[in-house]
Ligand binder design. Structure first.
Ligand SMILES: *[C@@H]1O[C@H](CO)[C@@H](O)[C@H](O)[C@H]1NC(C)=O
Ligand SMILES: *[C@@H]1O[C@H](CO)[C@@H](O)[C@H](O)[C@H]1NC(C)=O
Length: 549
């Protein structure tokens, strides 16, 4: 007994002296070597940055496999971000040569094998962003380290083409579009073929993403091209059915770009666009942030995936049978629309400013434009029905946030969840609402979770940069990492090695159950039929109005 105890202690001691690490890994393109970091007592992390998953892409071409390299590729720096507008829309940064991914592999006493894999697609309106995300306090937002360490999964984060170079489409076979989606698909294929060499289980791949990344996840599930590669998927605040995520008339936008770069809009348009300097094409993406209640920002976002007859063969709502065996977890933040309201109705954030009822009417008129004034009246009835006889300023402001949240994120997400559940074969469906209040001190006291507020918790920032957070923020983060990584391992957010605060029931066709995620979770966090009156309005009443003109 004593001897065994000494031997065990010695084993632990030797384990500490020699960090478990993969060292050089052999992939289909050649050998790669990352970096091993200590992340805790007997916990290490192998990190591979800037691994190419495809060759530098041809302009408006699908990605092709990387030709490979000789020797050992040092994977210690992030790849260049894909060419995109700068913050002020005055220039560009990034490169056309941008198809790289990053891998975080957790290690304990010995080198890990058979780990579940989580592949992340960043957001940014299909215009902006990069695999590692912005850097705050010397910590990248999408660093996979905390999820990988706390959940014992492999995390992969991915670049894909953006803006005009990623999504321009003429709506026909000349320039079919969806290049960014093909890039994501190439990354999924690369992970499927190579992750075993990193200790991953290719039969346990979960894709996840937020905003345009959440919509990307949804498109990857709905495409017939990923069959057998994706086991599970998580969409945070974005699905393929969101009005900004899908363009049914891309030719109009292509003509706008053509005019901006000095190309004709006749039969020579495509050949001219193909010859145009990529920096000028990218500058043509600029979005006017001068919006208003009558001209809301969401209506100006036009560069997005399209039906191309190949990757996306039909309207997304008709493709859910392709996801019949992919477990799905999706949800929204309770004030996801606030970020848009910030631009459209700035008075909402100023406690001393009055937001007139007229702004509610203007906003609804703009959002329901294609159905004419009767639809706008009907929408106003819905949204004003719970007001007191003389609505307070706060009631009006919250209604504006609710309208944008419902229209831009919540209703399309509920629709995607219902369709997923309806078409499911082996797949399970889980729905959430995230309601941890925003940490922005300048926002009103009634503010809930803004768009993208969930990211810091899923990526464990309250642990990685603890000085910026309170203990209750670490609780939210722990809950989300537990649900997300249990789900990645088993297809059920409740079952797996991580303890969860309350059992999250599956969404079913009758009860439409969901969990409300915030820092104080318990039995009352399980709820039903998220905003069902408004979901019903937009998906039934509203669409039954005939289109005007
Ligand atoms: C996925 O991971 C789970 C848990 O580690 C394991 O039981 C299962 O065999 C793996 N593979 C598949 C196909 O589920
Ligand atoms: C957190 O969730 C609980 C349970 O659903 C709810 O009662 C509470 O209002 C939520 N807190 C916030 C700040 O939304």
């Amino acid at each position: 007994m004593a001897v065994l105890g000494i031997l065990a202690a010695l084993g632990i001691f030797l384990g500490a002296a020699n960090a478990a690490t993969l060292g050089v890994v052999s992939t289909e393109g050649g050998m790669v070597e990352g970096k091993s970091n200590g992340v805790g007592l007997f916990r290490y992390m192998d990190v591979f940055k800037g691994v190419p998953f495809a060759a530098p892409p041809g302009r408006f071409q699908k990605p092709v496999p990387h030709p490979g390299w000789t020797g050992v590729l040092k994977a210690t720096g992030f790849g260049k971000k894909c060419l995109q507008l700068n913050e002020f829309q005055t220039g560009t940064h990034g490169s056309e040569d941008c198809l790289y991914l990053n891998i975080w592999v957790p290690q304990g006493h010995s080198v890990s094998t058979g780990l579940a894999v989580m592949v992340y697609f960043h957001g940014g309106a299909f215009l902006l962003g990069e695999s590692q995300g912005p850097n705050y306090l010397d910590n990248y937002l999408y660093s996979g380290e905390e999820i990988a360490d706390r959940g014992n999964v492999i995390v992969v984060t991915v670049n894909y083409r953006l803006g005009t170079l990623g999504f321009l489409s003429s709506g026909d076979s000349e320039l079919p579009g969806n290049y960014g989606l093909w890039d994501q698909h190439a990354a999924i294929g690369w992970v499927f073929r190579n992750i075993k060499a990193f200790g991953g289980d290719p039969s346990n791949i979960t894709i996840f993403g937020e905003s345009a990344g959440g919509a990307s996840v949804s498109f990857q599930m709905l495409s017939p091209h990923n069959k057998g590669m994706i086991r599970r998927a998580i969409s945070q605040s974005g699905v393929a059915l969101c009005p900004w995520a899908f363009n049914s008339n891309p030719r109009t936008y292509a003509e706008k770009v053509a005019k901006k770069v000095g190309c004709p809009t006749d039969q020579n348009m495509i050949s001219c666009l193909k010859k145009t300097d990529p920096f000028r094409l990218t500058l043509a993406d600029s979005v006017s942030l001068i919006s208003s209640a009558s001209n809301p920002l969401v209506k100006t976002l036009a560069l997005s995936p399209v039906v191309d007859g190949d990757f996306i063969p039909d309207d997304p709502s008709n493709l859910f049978s392709n996801a019949a065996d992919i477990d799905y977890l999706a949800g929204v933040n309770n004030m996801d629309g606030h970020m848009f309201v910030f631009f459209d109705v700035p008075s909402v954030d100023q406690p001393l400013w009055i937001t007139p009822v007229e702004d509610v009417k203007k906003l609804l008129t703009a959002l329901t434009k294609e159905k004419g004034p009767k639809a706008a009246d009907s929408a106003f009835q819905q949204y004003s029905s719970s007001w007191s006889s003389k609505p307070t300023n706060v009631e009006i402001k919250k209604t504006i946030v609710d309208i944008e949240t419902d229209y831009i994120f919540l209703v399309p997400t509920q629709t995607a969840l219902y369709l997923h559940n309806k078409h499911a074969n082996t797949a399970r469906t889980y729905s959430y609402l995230f309601s941890e209040p925003s940490r922005m001190p300048i926002y009103p006291s009634w503010m809930g979770a803004d768009h993208a507020d969930d990211l810091q918790y899923v990526f464990g920032k309250p642990f990685a940069t603890p000085l910026g957070y309170w203990p209750h923020h670490r609780r939210v983060s722990k809950y989300m990492i537990a649900y997300w990584t249990n789900f990645a391992k088993t297809g059920d957010p409740n079952s797996g090695p991580s303890e969860v605060p309350v059992t999250w029931p599956r969404l079913t066709g009758q009860d439409h159950q969901f969990v409300d995620i915030n820092n104080s979770m318990g039995k009352t966090s399980v709820k039903q039929k998220l905003r069902s009156r408004f979901v019903h309005f937009w998906t039934n009443t509203f669409i039954s109005f005939p289109n005007v003109n």
